[in-house]
Design a protein around this ligand. Structure first.
Ligand SMILES: O=C(O)[C@H](O)[C@@H](O)[C@H](O)[C@H](O)COP(=O)(O)O
Length: 310
């Protein structure tokens, strides 16, 4: 299934000249701050009919531009969600994502975001003490949560005193209670939680959250949160949202930077044949929600037909 092809030199092509791509509608905007080489958005429409919603692909000259736009994106979703539901339920991941959303601690977001309405979760967590350097909670707390006025009781970290299995079970229980009270919305197609936003990173092997290629947890359909004890990326013990939960979210953003991820980005986004069915990032396809990929130029460098001007 070909999702889209792009062949764009943003220096040379005016937006009108790309409108002839039958499966692509592309808008081009120059960055006001840097007069940037490019900052474009490709909205791809799935060719095979079931899902009309497109995947949005945003590619930035550098991580600084990406972070600025990502902070805007999160702040806007937060505002909309607070307007509509009175709360914003967001799930974070670990890794480089946290440093890429750090602009939220700066002006204007530190003042304009309604932090008291945020309910914070983790799409995956390493099963270590919360004070451990490997803890995704610690990473987010040190990087962001300790710097903005979130309400401590709205920060839902895992139980770090039990086994991975029990931690996953406990976490799902907590989420179920909050779905019941609609702090977390509920999907209208299944009984899954519908997070307002799930933020994911992606590894060079195409993993997202703690869903690794070829792992049996990719097939988990019943549980919302599951556990693994054999993560190829250390540490080995982790809990993770399952695909049904990720794909029930209102919004999912996959944030990927760096050349080491370029091959995986190509395999997933260009939907390369023969199919690579076990690439977890490829299985991130929100049923009704929006999916946005935030890429820097290095991560996007192997996308088919994309030519970047220097
Ligand atoms: O806890 C984790 O390890 C993550 O949640 C994991 O899914 C991460 O997001 C990716 O491995 C990308 O990590 P980097 O952005 O640091 O490469």
């Amino acid at each position: 299934m070909g999702i889209y092809k792009q062949s764009v030199d943003t220096h040379l092509l005016p937006p009108s000249s790309v409108s002839s791509f039958s499966t692509v509608s592309l808008s081009l905007s120059l960055s006001p701050t840097l007069g940037a080489v490019f900052h474009f958005v490709v909205r791809s429409m799935a060719l095979c009919g079931a899902k009309k919603d497109g995947r949005e692909l945003k590619i930035y000259e550098n991580t600084d531009e990406l972070s600025t736009d990502l902070a805007d994106y999160i702040a806007e979703l937060s505002e909309n969600s607070v307007k509509e539901r009175g709360v914003f339920a967001i799930a974070l991941s670990g890794g480089s994502l946290i440093s890429l959303i750090c602009k939220l601690c700066e002006a204007p977001y530190n003042k304009t975001v309604d932090w008291a309405k945020w309910y914070i979760f983790w799409a995956d967590e390493r099963v270590v003490a919360k004070s451990h350097a490997d803890s995704n909670y610690k990473l987010a707390k040190d990087g962001i949560l300790s710097k903005v006025p979130v309400i401590p009781s709205h920060v839902h970290s895992i139980n770090d005193t039990v086994s991975a299995e029990k931690a996953a079970e406990d976490y799902e229980f907590v989420i179920r209670q909050l779905v019941r009270t609609r702090v977390i919305n509920v999907s209208d197609i299944c009984d899954c939680p519908k997070f307002d936003l799930i933020l994911l990173g992606m590894g060079p092997d195409g993993h997202v959250a703690s869903l690794f290629p070829g792992h049996s947890v990719l097939d988990e359909k019943e549980q919302w949160v599951t556990f693994i004890t054999d993560s190829p990326k250390p540490p080995p013990e982790r809990i993770t949202f399952t695909l049904p939960v990720i794909n029930s979210a209102s919004n999912v953003a996959v944030v990927v930077t760096g050349g080491s991820k370029a091959d995986a980005v190509h395999l997933v986004v260009d939907d390369v044949e023969p199919d690579h069915p076990s690439l977890p990032a490829k299985l991130v396809q929100p049923t009704k929600g929006n999916l946005v990929w935030f890429l820097d130029k290095a991560a996007a460098s192997k996308l088919d037909g994309t030519k970047f001007s220097e």
